[in-house]
Design a protein around this ligand. Structure first.
Ligand code: BDR
Ligand code: CA
Length: 303
């Protein structure tokens, strides 16, 4: 590890695995968090923004939190996946405590534009929720495509989806935005379900990581046990960040990627013939990634 840390804007819908991604970020000296931007997804944006503010305080981060899109580009928002992330989006852990500040000034997509322009060539956008904020930023300021260091996305399913047999949740929540983001002339890395499904934090690893990780993943792991027969839970969103810090844990191909819209394949991602090249991490060394995550965060304290 050497040189200046990579500047990150984390676009997120916390979300249990989003919380673990923030925990990972806080533990990595090679990543510097410029801002947290929120989006609907695992819950409504009111809730995901409250969760981002709570997590910032709990984890001890100092980055601003900017509230973002409350619905997809077409104005629609599906039901929140409370059976996966709990009623409060964070596994129904106790979020009481000192009152939280309001979000920082500026809409998510507007702050993305300002920060990318303020640090030309240096900012990596890491999107671990629906891609609505990134699409709004691109729409408002197409020049940012030439100014980012990169865009790394947890999203997509090339084989089996998780909200339908074809589609992954982040892309399914706003396929129009995803299509815009994947068709823009900026360097995109996609970390789809095909890779993240193998990155399973077992219940015993979660327990060993400490009370906070154990508590926040308990309901999430139970949902994965029920729906996918897993012992533990996939570190989907953590994997997007690890693709920056330990890219050797992934096997990749580069191809333009399209997004199906409408019909039974709504939200499905697939290789297409024409378009900007996207680096797709089709496979991950799941055990290696989990080990890397646990070593990075170290033992955590109580809830
Ligand atoms: C993605 O959807 C959300 O439920 C998770 O936080 C992750 O970003 C996995 O499909
Ligand atoms: Ca997420």
């Amino acid at each position: 590890m050497s040189g200046a840390p990579r500047l990150i804007i984390l676009d997120t819908d916390p979300g249990v695995d989003d919380a673990l991604a923030l925990l990972y970020l806080s533990a990595r000296p090679d990543l510097k968090l410029l801002a947290i931007t929120t989006v609907f997804g695992n819950a409504d944006v009111e809730t995901t923004t409250r969760n981002a503010l709570w997590l910032r305080d709990r984890i001890g981060l100092s980055a601003p939190v900017h509230r973002g899109a409350e619905a997809a580009l077409n104005g629609q928002r599906g039901a929140s996946p409370v059976h996966v992330h709990g009623q409060n989006g964070l596994g129904d852990i106790d979020l009481s405590g000192p009152s939280l500040p309001t979000p920082d000034a500026g809409a998510a997509h507007a702050r993305i534009v300002e920060l990318v322009r303020a640090h030309p060539g240096a900012v990596t956008l890491v999107a671990i929720g629906p891609l609505t904020n990134l699409a709004l930023a691109l729409r408002a300021a197409p020049d940012i495509a030439g100014l980012v260091a990169g865009v790394t996305i947890m999203g997509g399913a090339f084989a089996l989806g998780n909200v339908t047999p074809f589609a992954e949740a982040n892309i399914h929540n706003d396929p129009e935005a995803a299509a815009m983001v994947l068709a823009a002339p900026w360097p995109v890395t996609l970390v789809p379900l095909d890779a993240t499904r193998s990155c399973v934090l077992s219940t015993s690893d979660a327990r060993a990581a400490g009370d906070f990780v154990e508590a926040i993943t308990r309901g999430y792991a139970a949902a994965y046990a029920k729906h996918e027969g897993l012992d533990g839970c996939p570190l989907h969103d953590v994997a997007a960040l690890v693709s920056l810090t330990a890219p050797g844990l992934f096997t990749s191909k580069t191809t333009p990627v399209g997004v199906d819209q409408g019909g039974e394949r709504h939200g499905h991602t697939r290789p297409i013939d024409r378009g900007p090249p996207v680096r797709v991490h089709f496979q991950a060394d799941g055990a290696g990634l989990v080990d890397h995550f646990l070593r990075s965060i170290g033992p955590q304290g109580g809830q």
